[in-house]
Design a protein around this ligand. Structure first.
Ligand code: ADP
Ligand code: VHF
Length: 270
């Protein structure tokens, strides 16, 4: 089987709520553990890693014994604040087990648009990476709302991960979701949907087959993942969308194995 031409040293990995939380609302401990194992392994090999993790709201729902997200935005932000510290506790426990240091970085989508903030964020990331510490990023849900005049809607870590990959000049963005890749139709609605292994160009037509969220915990659906992929392609970077049920798939991706959907201009010529 032909291998994908993927050479990446600086890698941003985004993991969605649907990979971290079971459909019954409980925390998926296996995913946390395998994510910590995989990223620690790569960190030990000298790769530079940034993890963008959703899940604050999902973990918060579980902690507060709630079955669904409240509608009011303030209540969602409160839940996210509860869940975020719990989320980091889970990561700290698992990464400690693999002797890897982590740090929490909370960002808004537009933070890079302000030169002073941009410099502080970049300095923080660069210092952490230099010290082999893995930054774990989430959107700062407490401040990220339209009401506060931010430019994007609340709760979209797919695009946040692309913004981070772009500003940190990452070679590769890996988006882990609850689906094997990008399909020609939403596979949860069309039984005959087929996965597309490689995408080298994203047009308006591509967006027409990308639907909304699949689980009751995810927020972005395929639309926001495609927007992230488009940004990566426009900047000549690569993105792989793959199933996060076993995060060790990241090792397969980096070995060039044909898993998930590979968004790359390189694949147009190979
Ligand atoms: N064309 C498509 N290909 C794959 N998944 C799609 C497509 N259109 C819509 N989806 C939905 O997008 C979901 C993944 O997004 P989401 O639920 O937000 O996950 P995450 O929590 O990982 O961000 C899939 O489970 C699927 O239901
Ligand atoms: N900051 C929110 C992120 C929401 C979000 O983007 O969720 P997902 O679609 O699962 O990546 C949280 O941690 O719940």
């Amino acid at each position: 089987m032909v291998k994908r031409d993927i050479h990446a040293n600086r890698i941003v990995v985004k993991v969605g709520t649907s990979s971290l939380i079971h459909p019954n609302g409980a925390v998926n401990l296996e995913t946390f553990d395998q994510l910590a194992y995989t990223l620690s392994t790569l960190n030990n090999q000298g790769k530079q890693l940034i993890l963008v993790s959703s899940g604050a709201m999902g973990v918060g729902l579980n902690k507060m014994h709630l079955k669904k997200r409240p509608e009011e935005i303030g209540a969602q932000q409160a839940l996210s604040a509860i869940g975020q510290s719990e989320l980091m506790t889970l990561f700290t426990q698992r990464f400690n087990h693999y002797l890897t240091d982590i740090a929490q970085v909370l960002l808004t989508h537009d933070i890079f648009d302000y030169p002073k903030s941009n410099r502080s964020v970049m300095d923080t990331f660069n210092c952490l990476l230099k010290d082999n510490v893995i930054p774990i990023v989430n959107e700062n849900d407490t401040v990220a709302t339209d009401e506060l005049d931010h430019k994007t809607t609340f709760g979209d870590n797919d695009q946040l991960s692309a913004i981070v990959a772009s500003h940190m000049n990452a070679d590769l963005l890996i988006v882990l979701s609850d689906i094997d890749g990008f399909y020609n139709h939403n596979p949860h609605k069309f039984a005959d949907a087929k996965m597309i292994p490689t995408v080298s160009n994203i047009t308006n037509d591509t967006f027409t087959v990308a639907g909304g969220t699949g689980s009751r915990f995810g927020t972005g659906g395929m639309q926001t993942k495609l927007l992230a992929a488009k940004r990566m392609l426009d900047e000549n970077r690569q993105m792989v969308l793959a199933n996060g049920k076993d995060p060790r798939i990241i090792l397969d991706i980096l070995a060039g194995r044909q898993v998930g959907t590979w968004f790359s201009k390189v694949c147009a010529t190979s």
